[in-house]
Design a protein around this ligand. Structure first.
Ligand SMILES: Cc1cc2nc3c(=O)[nH]c(=O)nc-3n(C[C@H](O)[C@H](O)[C@H](O)COP(=O)(O)OP(=O)(O)OC[C@H]3O[C@@H](n4cnc5c(N)ncnc54)[C@H](O)[C@@H]3O)c2cc1C
Length: 368
């Protein structure tokens, strides 16, 4: 269930190993995939919706049957999935339904603000931004955990470029709000580089703040500690939650599905969960969902063949960070091997722009 980073990688590995015998049914309610980072391209007018959509009809793999259906119920004990079109019983079940957005958790966000984390939200904002000529923009993360921790920082830096290119930067102020004590918690070095980049661009930064609500009439963002930040335009990251159907299945604890972080198994026999829908001890990011999908697939194959379990999931991943001015940085994070997460920072460069493009094009080639 779910043809995102995790579900597509899982299905691809099974198809590669088992070919026409793989017997995978891949269900997603959408007709197309989009990379998370493409939403920033859409938001700032660097790409159109058609350019970023990758239709699932091109996800054509031996032994994989893609169904565009909406999952309406999951029975993890019986390994039964109900959709708007029928029901399925499985020997192995994989929940890869990602994280949903809970706009209602932040009153005023839908009416008096904007979110840029969904394709629809980024597209809507891409139509509003050209009309914005002066005032105060707040780029704010409503609550944690949220997908791709560097993405809100990227949005603030790219907004600076966008307004500068239109000759409007002097007429605008930008403030960045995040619930963490630093922008990229596992990497002090990356965080320091981002804080420096914000300072160079006169972007105000407020750390460790959570958004309570937006008061559109007064034009203020009200934080959980009661303090207020004036705004004319709010670019928000909504609070995340597991999809309703996952919560209703009884599989979640503290909001998401707990898994054994070595092979991504849930507490239900032969039921796996991967990616943003889990609490696997790694951040919510595509690169981690993909790695988890690969390990879950190898675990299923080993079980089918009666082999030893595969190498455990390593929790390693590299995240590219748009610093603006045509440069991209990178942080290599390691979440599971040591006592605490660590991150290695690579300064922004044009070489890393090319590497990020390869990250996208190699996945497009592999999956589509
Ligand atoms: C602005 C932005 C920038 C990002 N940049 C990066 C980046 O540079 N690198 C990176 O690694 N990650 C990035 N991410 C994060 C990344 O997109 C997600 O973490 C990743 O997609 C998670 O993969 P997943 O497989 O767990 O879930 P998803 O990719 O979200 O897939 C879940 C799928 O389940 C489907 N689904 C949900 N509910 C149902 C249902 N009831 N029935 C049927 N189908 C359903 C959805 O349609 C979706 O296709 C970014 C995210 C954003 C928003």
């Amino acid at each position: 269930m779910g043809a995102g980073f995790g579900g597509m990688e899982f299905a691809t590995v099974l198809s590669e190993e088992l070919g026409a015998d793989a017997g995978v049914t891949l269900i997603d309610r959408s007709d197309a995939f989009t990379f998370g980072f493409s939403k920033l391209d859409l938001l700032f007018g660097r790409a159109t919706l058609d350019e970023i959509r990758l239709p699932y009809e091109r996800f054509d793999k031996p032994g994989v049957d893609f169904r565009q259906e909406t999952v309406t119920a999951i029975d993890p004990l019986e390994r039964r999935v109900t959709t708007d079109a029928g029901s399925y019983e499985a020997d192995y079940l994989v929940v890869a339904l990602g994280a949903d957005y809970d706009l209602d958790a932040t009153p005023g966000l839908a009416e008096a603000g904007n979110e840029f984390y969904s394709v629809a939200g980024a597209e809507r904002l891409s139509r509003l931004l050209p009309e914005f000529t002066e005032g105060r923009v707040v780029v704010g993360v409503c609550d944690a955990p949220f997908k791709c921790p560097p993405a809100p920082s990227e949005a603030a830096l790219l907004l600076h470029d966008y307004l500068s290119e239109r000759g409007l930067r002097d007429a605008c102020e930008i403030e960045f709000l995040i619930p963490f004590a630093r922008p990229v918690p596992p990497s002090p070095e990356t965080s320091a580089a981002l804080i420096e980049a914000f300072a160079e661009r006169e972007i105000e930064v407020s750390l460790e703040c959570r958004v309570d609500h937006l008061d559109g009439e007064r034009g203020v963002v009200v934080l959980k500690d009661g303090s207020e930040r004036p705004y004319d335009l709010f670019l928000g990251v909504p609070k995340h939650r597991a999809p309703e159907v996952v919560i209703a299945s009884g599989m979640t604890e503290d909001g998401y599905i707990p898994v054994d972080s070595t092979h991504l198994q849930t507490r239900y026999p032969n039921v796996y969960a991967i990616g943003d829908v889990t609490t696997a001890g790694v951040p919510k990011a595509g690169v981690f969902a993909e790695g988890a999908g690969r390990v879950a697939a190898r675990s299923v194959i080993a079980t089918i063949r009666g082999e030893e379990p595969p190498q455990p999931y390593d929790g390693l991943g590299s995240c590219y960070i748009e610093f603006g001015a045509g440069r991209v940085g990178r942080v290599d994070v390691d979440f599971l091997s040591g006592p605490k997460p660590t991150g290695t920072y690579w300064a922004p460069s044009t070489d890393l722009v090319a590497e990020k493009e390869l990250f996208g094009s190699s996945r497009r080639a592999r999956w589509f």
